[in-house]
Write a protein that binds this ligand. Structure first.
Ligand code: PEP
Ligand code: MN
Length: 361
């Protein structure tokens, strides 16, 4: 196998680093811009991998579509000068081939590619027999199966080091974000693939600078393995995604201000205290489920009476009475109106289903 096509142990060490920080311009624009951005990022001492878009899949034609393969030697030079491994986005087999020729260290599949199984398969086929880490962005639309499908295609091609990049999902209407984070979907994906590297891309989620830091903090609090953040030596004049890019210095400043909470600590007393509380929670949950089971049995008995007397299942006045009692009681215990309403609506639906079963029986 070609030397350039084997992930080196140095790179795999970088891959293991937590938090793993990837940064660089949305697009490689000129050689000096790439080299200067790389130099400034390396000087921060906080960045592990340099990113740059070489081919830019744009929603509409006429926008800047990347400098193309001529930008690859710039990245190669940036790597030589700074020692930072480099990553680019690929969406076709030719792009994979070009990236490998110029010793790109890590590849990523963009959101507009993940949506298309033909393209993902083409990239995966081009990677067969190549040992290179691949990061897979979530598809534009909130569809975990497409994201999972891309992971499986790449894994089946024999790629051993795969990472996920959460860059938010396209949502209709105006929101604070360029791409709605829908954190619960990303978390579900992380739970499905706990062994994969899990990176957050706040730049494409936010689409603007002022909410980047809080979004990064949120990702850290949710235990992401790292961040991919777009940075540029002159963000306002960037050729793509100008509004969301920040200078390397600003990025370093933000990284300094972020609070990295740990998922775990080595303190025995902490673990013992937590364990005790968790046992109590388990016990209460068991009791709650048992009680709910009993409650449904009572509902079934009511169902039998209703059946006998040919009465409707849904009795609005009774339901309002139950809800009002619960809201009042909940309030005294510090339970929100929203929670009580959602909880009792769910209990009510289950109750109706149980009654319906006995009435139809
Ligand atoms: C990018 O990283 O510049 C990019 C095009 O991102 P995405 O695929 O998330 O839109
Ligand atoms: Mn971008």
């Amino acid at each position: 196998m070609n030397e350039t096509k084997t992930a080196t142990s140095a790179l795999l060490n970088v891959w293991q680093k937590r938090p793993l920080i990837i940064s660089g311009p949305c697009s490689a624009e000129t050689e000096p811009q790439v080299l200067e951005t790389a130099k400034q990022l390396a000087q921060t001492g906080k960045v592990d991998i340099l990113r740059a878009g070489i081919w830019k899949p744009r929603t509409k034609p006429g926008m800047f579509e990347g400098v193309g393969a001529k930008g690859l030697p710039w990245l190669q030079k940036a790597k030589q000068e700074t020692g930072l491994p480099v990553t680019v986005e690929v969406g076709t087999s030719k792009q994979v081939e070009d990236a490998l020729t110029f010793e790109v260290d890590v590849l990523w599949i963009g959101a507009r590619t993940t949506v298309n199984p033909f393209s993902v398969q083409e990239v995966a086929d081009a990677l067969r027999g190549v040992d290179i880490p691949v990061l897979i962005k979530n598809p534009i639309n909130p569809d975990l199966e497409l994201w999972a499908g891309a992971v499986e295609r790449v894994a089946r091609a024999g790629i051993k080091h795969i990472g996920l990049i959460h860059r938010g999902f396209s949502a209709f209407g105006v929101t604070d974000y360029r791409n709605a984070p829908m954190w619960h979907l990303a978390i579900e994906m992380k739970l499905r693939y706990p062994e994969l590297l899990f990176i957050n891309d706040p730049s494409h989620i936010c689409g603007r600078r002022d909410i980047l830091q809080e979004t990064m903090q949120k990702a850290i609090d949710l235990d992401y393995d790292g961040l991919m953040v777009e940075s540029h030596i002159d963000p306002d004049n960037a050729w793509s995604d100008a509004r969301q890019q920040i200078t390397p210095q600003r990025f370093a400043e933000i990284l300094n201000q972020l609070i990295w909470r740990k998922e775990d600590v080595d303190s025995a007393s902490y673990h013992a205290a937590l364990e005790k509380l968790r046992q109590q929670i388990n016990q209460l949950d068991d009791e709650l489920i048992t009680l709910l089971g009993k409650r449904m049995k009572l509902a079934e008995q009511i169902g039998l009476y209703k059946k006998e007397h040919q009465i409707t299942i849904l009795q609005t006045a009774r339901w309002n009475e139950i809800m009002n009692r619960a809201l009042k009681r909940g309030e005294t215990l510090g339970l929100s109106k929203e929670f009580i309403t959602r909880y009792f609506d769910a209990v009510h639906m289950e109750s109706i289903n149980h009654q319906k079963k006995v009435m139809d029986g």
